[in-house]
Design a protein around this ligand. Structure first.
Ligand code: GLU
Length: 303
């Protein structure tokens, strides 16, 4: 398989899709990101990395970080987490308050905001520094010591974070947060504000393609935990469009409102695509299109 040629061809095929969709505008720092950009990277389990387009342009990782906090918590405590958060698709917007109330403070899954706040809270209890643990893991797996949060994005997340604050306070009222609400929110906002490029994110996601092995060959979690993580990504990883993503792409994936999507082909490679213009569900238009073409051309969906 000539990966480089394949990625370059896909990048030129998705060009007509650039300009479709809308850049996230809930904070000024994201609204300013120029549309029309597209990058795609592929990291093989053997350690090779291929990229095309704007694959080395850093962007705001946002909800894609939820994959890595979940992995860190599951690696440390296994199934105990599932007493505090479910693993079913939510069928509601990612920041919904209503569902959390009628389900008595147990978020439907770890990838909606309420669930991610519970995961960050657990990581904070386990490590004393949830953001630091996440950043260090990403630096080690991506092999990039410079990975960090964008302070301006983190500040804006905080200033516009009323809904996340409401979710966190509601969780606390249901005794589903262990740490101080403001401290959990601070770690969560910095987590969302991490900046990485497609190559770094593809490399950082490889532990899921390697069935739980880290970049240095150490076992991070078991093969069956890697399988479970991939399953949660497949069913809950792309907002309200997880069904459509499975239908079109057929891979475990996680998207963020910065326009990045990571996807896993177990045993083979990890992919990251980025295009800041989002569809109505919050997924990158060009990114989904590129992944759709990738699995169609290679036949490498999990189905
Ligand atoms: N910072 C965003 C929020 O918590 C993340 C949204 C996302 O990427 O899904 O609202």
């Amino acid at each position: 398989m000539n990966y480089q040629q394949l990625l370059d061809e896909i990048a030129s095929e998705v060009r007509p899709f650039l300009g479709q969709g809308k850049v996230a505008d809930y904070i000024p720092a994201l609204a300013r990101v120029p549309g029309g950009q597209f990058g795609m990277a592929l990291a093989t389990v053997e350690g090779e990395v291929f990229g095309t387009g704007d694959w080395q342009t850093p962007f705001s990782v946002q909800s894609v970080t939820k994959v890595f906090t979940l992995a860190l918590v599951l690696a440390a405590e296994g199934d105990a987490l599932w007493r505090r958060v479910g693993r079913e698709p939510s069928g509601n917007p990612f920041n919904s308050l209503v569902q959390l109330e009628y389900e008595k403070g147990i978020p439907r899954n770890p990838f909606i905001n309420a669930g991610a706040l519970v995961v960050t809270d657990r990581l904070l209890t386990q490590t004393g520094d949830a953001f630091g643990a996440l950043r260090d893991f990403l630096r080690a797996e991506a092999g990039s010591a410079g990975i960090d949060a964008d302070p301006e994005v983190a500040r804006s997340e905080r200033e516009h974070g009323h809904r996340n604050a409401a979710l966190a306070h509601f969780l606390a009222s249901c005794r589903n947060l262990e740490n101080d609400v403001d401290v959990v929110l601070d770690h969560y906002f910095r987590q969302c504000a991490l900046r990485m490029h497609c190559g770094e994110l593809a490399r950082a996601t490889l532990f899921l393609a390697r069935h739980g092995l880290r970049a240095d060959g150490r076992r991070f979690f078991s093969r069956s935990e890697a399988k479970r993580m991939n399953a949660v990504m497949l069913t809950c990883g792309t907002y309200d469009a997880a069904g459509d993503f499975a239908y079109r792409v057929g891979l475990p994936g996680k998207s963020g409102v910065g326009g990045g999507i990571v996807a896993v082909i177990p045993g083979r490679c990890a992919l990251c695509v980025w295009g800041p213009e989002l569809d109505r569900s919050g997924n990158s238009v060009a990114g989904v299109e590129a992944l759709d073409r990738f699995t169609t051309r290679t036949g490498w969906s999990v189905f």
